[in-house]
Structures are given as C-alpha cells and as structure tokens.
Design a protein around this ligand. Structure first.
Ligand code: NOJ
Length: 794
C-alpha cells in the first residue's frame, strides 16, 4: 500500500492557493530554530520513579548491539516493531495504528473519528472511547497505539488529516488528548501523541527525491514562539501531563529544521519545558540523520530502515548498527543511548507490560501490508490465538457515541425529530453500502463514509448504513422507503420525473466528503456534486433534510434554502453510522453535538491556507509562514469581526436551555502572582503551578424545553487590554456536557487554571497573567454568549 509517506502523493494535490514568498524580514524573527543541547535525561518525575529504576536495571544488562536494537525498528508483524530480547524476558514491542481503530487487524471495531469525538464536547465520551479502543489494541497484542492526534491541530480547513485529530481549538483538543490517553493507557497500553509538531499540511510533508537524493526539502512550518506555546504545544502539554508514553515527531521541517532532528522542539520544548519522561519516536521515514537526530532528542527510529526510495526495508537505517559505531568511535556519548533505552522501557514497566501481556495475534501479521512477511529479517513465532475477536460490546458504545457527536445545524419548524413519516425518499451516494471494500483507501463513488484514508483509517468488520437503518426503523411505522443513490442522476434531473409516486413526507439527502493522509483537500465542497444534489432535491421537496458524512469543514451554500428544513453534520461516525443517525432522526437521542470548528459564509473567508506549490527549484523553497499567528478558526473570524454561517461551538437540540447566575470565586489562598513560582524540578506537563486552579466559575443551566436532552455550556475568556497585541478576542477555557430532564436545573462549574489566564511572554520565556479585567462569558456557542461577568486575577 502506498498511502504513507511518499511525497509524490502529496505533490499530486492540485494547487490550491498561496505560494508564499520567502520573507527575509520574518526570517529574522522566526523560521529559525535555536540549538538546545544536551538532550535531558529522564528523571521518572510524575510517579514513574520506580519504573525508571527498573528501566535502568534492564538497560544495564544490555549489550551494545541490543541497545541499538531497542532504539531501531525492524520489519515484523506490526506496523512498527522492536525486537524481543528473550534472555531478559523482554518480548519486544508491537506498534499499531491508529487514532480511530487498531488498523491492520481483523475482528476489531471502527470508532468515531477524532473530529467526530471533538464534536461531542463530552469528556466522559472521550475517555470511554479511549478505554474501549485501548482494550482492542491490548487484546490484539499491541503494546503501543499510534494515537491520538493533536497535530494537525487544524490551522487550515483544507489539511488532509484534520479529521484524525480533534479541533483547531487547543483547549478542546487538549481535553480530548488527555481523556483519550488516560482511557487508552487504562488498559496498560502505551499511547503515542502525534505528530510533534507543526504538521499542519500534507502537501510536501516529505522531501522530493530524485535518484535517491533530496532535491527539495519538505515544507518548513515557520511558527513563532508565542503561537507555538498558546496553540500548537498546548494540547501536547495536556498529553504529557496525562502521562503519555511516547510522542511521534512529524515529517515536515519546523522553523527550517526537520522535526525529528530539531533540538529546540525535542530537547527544548518537549523534554525540558514540558518535562516529557517517555520516548520520542520518528514518524515512518521522518528520520533524516543518525547522531544529529539522537543528540537533538530522537529516541526511536521508526520503522527502522526506510524501505523507501529504492532502499530495502530494514536496511540503511540511520540508527541500528550506526548507533554502535558512533558510540565506539566517540561521536556519540554512550549515556545518551542509555537514556534512549531507559525512556523506552520506563513506560513499559510503569504500565505493567512486563506482566502477562497478550502476544501479537497472528492474523495481524497477515494483514500488515506495511511490512509483509517477505520483508521480515527473521522468523517471528506467533503462537497466540489467531483472529481474536476484541470487539466486545463496543458496537453499542459506538452507536451511542456517533449519535451524541452528531451536530444539528438547522431545524426549521421542528422538521426533526421525524414524526412517523409514511413516505421517505432517500437521496445521495452516501446513503448506502460501500461498493469497494471495507478497508477503504479511496474516494469511492458509492457508499457511506465512516472514516477517512491512510494510516488513520480502520478495517470494518461490518457497517450499518444509513439506508439500512432507515428501512429497519421505518418498517415499524409501515412506511414506504425509496432511494435514488446516483448523485449525477439526482443532480441533473427534474426529481418529479424520477418515478416518485406520491409527495414524500420527507426527503433525506446523504452526502459526503473524503479526506486522506498524504494529500490536502482541494475543495471544501461536498464531493460528487453534493451541492447540486441538494438544490435538485430541495427544488422539488419542501421537507429536505441533509446529512453530511465529512472529514470536517464543508461549504454549505444552500443552508438558507427554504425547503432545506434540517441539516445534520455527522462527520465520520464509525461502524454504527446508520443506527447513530437514525437515533437522531427519530428523536431516540436528542442531538447535543457542537461544531468543533467554524463554517464560514464563503470559502474565500478562510485563512491559514496550505502552501500548495512553489515556483522555484531552490531546495529550500517550500515554506509555510504561520503569519496568522494565534488567529486560526474562530479566533480569526472574531478578530476580523466577520460574520460566519455556523460558528465554533454551535449545535441545536430538540429542547431549549437557559443559563443564569454566573458566579465566580477565587480558589487561591493568597494574592496571585503574575508569573508562576519557579518549579523545583521538571514535571510532566510543565510547571505544576500552571495547572493549579485559580478560579471556580459556576452557572445555572435549565432545560426549558419539553424533552430531556444534553447541552454544552461553554466558557470563553477575553483577556484584558494589557495582554500583548495579537491576543484573540476570546478563547474557550471550559466546557461541560450536561444531561437534563425537561424542566430540570443544575449548577455547572468550571475550574480555571493558571495556564487558562496566561499568555506566553516571549521575552521572559514565561507564562504571564496580564493585569486588568478578564471578560468571562458562558454561552451555548462562541457567539451565543448568555451570561457575562469579569474578574481580575492579579
Ligand atoms: C505515517 C503516519 O504519518 C503516522 O501517523 C503513522 O502512524 C505511520 N505512518 C505508521 O503507519
């Protein structure tokens, strides 16, 4: 399979927009990465002390060759493999993708994608999903899940992998990272937060090679220090604080130097500042050097040898035997290699992987197209049970999560929930069965989309389609269900000529948008003439309800059409897609999903566009200047005072809710200083003072409608004027999903930490709370703020 890291694939994406010029003025400020050496040794801080001691003892018993093996992948049964050292009772490590499923296996579940999960705005759901998915990884014998994703964060609406991650809002993504990692690791599994850092576009994520040599380097994500802290690092800080075992460095360059050999990113930001105690592994083929990468903080080379560009998989690794040679000839300090191994083994012992861990399911090896058996450097004995079914009752959970993450964007005259309609007409090529297999890596025409493509996809064992679920539900009402699945036919026909016998009670239109790894999206429109399909159906049917299964942002130019009575954004919901949407359509589940991004009025309104082409053969020509700084998604639209179609955090319910009684109380025992007390020792997540609660803010939430339902009060902070220029007008700093019966009220509280009130001051290199009044607003979206107050913190 060719999906992975072939830059050619990325280059195939047609040019979208800007070719950004090299800006030498800016180069002076950023676009340059300072050197940070040496690589900090692990201390076991944050409760890993005992595990660290075991890791040190283990490492002390290794030969030089074994140490080299520990830090270098080899082809084997899993997507990434560290070989066993049987004499020490170490069974090796099996690393498997990905963020919504364990991918290259049979009898496993496909869960809702990251973007879908973010739309739930539900901490508990995020944890439950992580815990259930983690049980499946463990059951199949994987020690490491290559999940979850906080990079891409979502700088650009077009980025091909946004759906694997959560949301362009760092606070929401931070919570999702923390909950997912805690859930995954509750199974004794290691999570891997990826891709560190600045991996905000797919185009030219890898260099261009000619005859085995680089002719153009990968894109350089040029990010200034403040933006780095307040946006892109933010959710990774949550991940480190949650005790994530590993972090994957990304393909592209960051401020001019490859992310996997960028000492500022690995030694500086991650290990020193965030106090990360686990190991950094490279993305597959993202290692471009041996000793320089190791000294910059890279601990594990994956998948080992490149297996790319004409090289044989498993050979030509920059690590492997080269690590031993470098130590022997004095170019690399032996203690650095020890720290690499110690970092790899500490989470292994901490999570109890030395005790009774399941072996790799032999069927996984058969399905692993990444390193098929003929590439293995030696025989693996896989004598565990074959084709273990690890799905348990996760189907029910996925159905529930899919429904609870669905966002209701429009609902006129209570078009939804459906009231036992008798004639249901279904339109669109997203309604029905997949026609090109259950391990989808292409934008096929016919079939519903439940996941995107690339390493973040899943391998379905079954799929409940919307049409199938609608038929099953409608039969209870004795309803007639008819379908027209050919988008071209629907888009170009007068619907009344398509043998529709009577006026339908409702027309349900199912449309989709594909996205995949290694390519950015070329358009924000629905695929397969989706807009024309809606126009055509709506010109005939005055009760047209549109459901989208998309990777993320879609243009919705027909949203105000009077015959479009309801719109539902279901994103990629996983294997129970049909049941999840039917539960919403018929009102068995009251919608409570909220948009984890902004839908603009026009595609031209979006900023942060990917660099899609360069007009130069200069090896260094590919540059992405993050000149919008902190202004991505709603921060940008707010700063520009622009109207949008559907704002960040928006989503309707079948009920109505009211907010009142904003109250604030300080949790600090003494006066709060503008900067945190210096930390005495490195701690995972950074200075612990940043995570201390400073304010408790409460509101009263009431369900004022006729039906039970959940909603999400969202808290936004506006910083005082004393904060530096460029501070966004408001930023999400709290959310809580609350379920209420009709007429019921509840007090909802938000704990705000020091980090929530701080900006990153580049000159003092410290988080600072600005003096003056913070605006505190709680509402039902970023633009529907119901109760407001203010507070001075310092
Ligand atoms: C490349 C992807 O970027 C990464 O996310 C994935 O885990 C590896 N390939 C392994 O498939």
């Amino acid at each position: 399979m060719l999906y992975s890291f072939l830059s050619a694939a990325a280059l195939l994406a047609p040019a979208l927009a800007v070719v950004q010029p090299l800006n030498t003025t800016i180069l002076g400020q950023y676009g340059h990465s300072p050197a940070v050496y040496p690589s900090p040794n692990a201390t076991g801080a944050g409760g890993w002390e005992e595990a660290l001691a075991k890791a040190k003892e283990f490492t002390a018993q290794l030969t030089a060759a074994e140490k080299a093996d520990m830090v270098t992948g080899k082809p084997g049964p899993c997507v990434g493999n560290i070989v066993a050292i049987p004499r020490l009772g170490f069974g090796g490590l099996c690393l498997q993708d990905g963020p919504l499923a364990i991918r290259t296996v049979d009898y496993a579940s496909v869960f809702p994608a990251g973007v879908t999960t973010a739309a739930s705005f539900d901490r508990k759901l995020m944890y439950e999903r992580g815990a259930a998915m983690g049980a499946e990884f463990r059951g199949k014998g994987a020690q490491v899940a290559l999940s979850p994703v906080a990079g891409p964060l979502g700088r650009s609406a077009y980025a091909g992998r946004n759906w694997e991650g959560f949301s362009p809002d760092p606070y929401l993504t931070g919570v999702a990272m923390e909950e997912t990692i805690t859930g995954l690791q509750s199974n004794g599994l290691q999570a891997c937060a990826k891709h560190w850092i600045g991996n905000e576009q797919e185009t030219q994520r890898n260099p261009t090679y000619k005859n085995g040599s680089i002719v153009q380097e990968s894109i350089s994500a040029n990010i200034d220090d403040r933006t780095m802290h307040e946006l892109y690092m933010w959710p990774f800080a949550n991940a480190v604080r949650a005790g994530v075992a590993s972090v994957m460095c990304s393909y592209q360059r960051l401020n001019g130097s490859y992310a996997c050999e960028n000492s500022k990113a690995l030694n500086g930001y991650l290990k020193e500042e965030l106090g990360f105690q686990g190991y950094v592994m490279s993305d597959w083929g993202a290692t471009h050097s041996g000793v320089p990468s190791i000294e910059a903080g890279l601990d594990m080379n994956m998948p080992g040898g490149l297996g790319l560009y004409g090289l044989t998989f498993g050979e030509a690794s920059d690590f492997g035997g080269n690590v031993t040679i470098a130590v022997n000839n004095g170019t690399l300090d032996a203690s650095r290699v020890d720290d690499m191994v110690i970092r790899i083994m500490t989470p292994y012992f901490f999570l109890g992987q030395d005790k009774d861990y399941p072996t790799v399911d032999p069927s996984s090896a058969d399905l692993n197209t990444f390193s098929p058996k003929d590439t293995w450097f030696r025989e693996y004995v896989l004598n565990g049970t074959r084709s273990r079914d690890v799905r348990a009752d996760h189907g029910a959970l996925i159905r529930k999560h899919g429904a609870e993450s669905t966002v209701l964007l429009k609902n006129v005259d209570n078009a939804l929930p459906l009231k036992s309609p008798k004639i249901i007409s279904v339109f669109g090529n997203d309604a029905s069965e997949d026609t090109q297999g259950f391990y989808n890596q292409v934008d096929f025409e016919y079939g519903t989309l439940v996941a995107g493509g690339g390493s973040g996809t899943g391998r379905l064992t079954y799929l409940i389609t919307p049409l199938e679920a609608i038929k099953a539900r409608a039969s209870k009402d004795g309803a007639l269900v008819q379908q027209w699945l050919n988008n071209t036919l629907v888009a170009t026909s007068d619907i009344s000529t398509l043998a529709i016998p009577e006026t339908p009670s409702v027309c349900l239109v199912f449309l989709k948008t594909w996205a995949e790894e290694a390519a950015d999206r070329v358009s924000l429109e629905l695929d397969w003439d989706g807009n024309d399909v809606v126009e055509s159906v709506a010109s005939y049917c005055n009760n047209t309800i549109v459901v989208t299964h998309s990777s993320g942002i879609n243009d919705l130019p027909w949203a105000d059409h009077e015959n479009v009575t309801a719109i539902l954004a279901a994103h990629y919901p996983g294997q129970e897609s049909g049941n999840s949407i039917v539960d919403i359509l018929y009102g068995d589940v009251n919608p409570s999903g909220k948009l984890p991004y902004t839908i603009a009025l026009s595609n031209d309104d979006y900023n942060g566009l990917p660099t899609t082409a360069v007009n130069s053969t200069d090896p260094d020509a590919w540059q992405a200047w993050f000149e919008e700084k902190l202004e991505i998604d709603y921060r940008f639209f707010d700063a520009q005072n622009m109207s949008v179609r559907y704002e960040f955090g928006f989503g309707l319910s079948y009920s109505t809710f009211e907010l009142s009684d904003l109250a604030m109380s300080s949790c600090a025992s003494a006066n709060v200083s503008a900067t945190p007390a210096p930390q005495s020792a490195t701690t995972p997540g950074g200075n612990p003072a940043l995570w201390e609660n400073l304010y408790n803010i409460t509101v009263t939430l009431k369900n004022t409608g006729d039906v039970a339902g959940a909603t999400v009060p969202q808290l936004y902070l506006s910083y005082p004027d004393s904060a530096p220029a460029g501070t966004p007008p408001k930023q999400l700093r709290g959310f809580e999903k609350v379920m209420l019966e009709s007429g019921e009220s509840e007090s909802v509280s938000f704990e705000l930490m020091r980090r929530d009130f701080s900006y990153w001051d580049v000159s003092s290199q410290e988080w600072v709370i600005p003096a003056g009044e913070f605006g505190v607003s709680v509402g039902f979206s970023s633009r529907d703020l119901k109760v407001v107050g203010s507070v001075s913190v310092v």
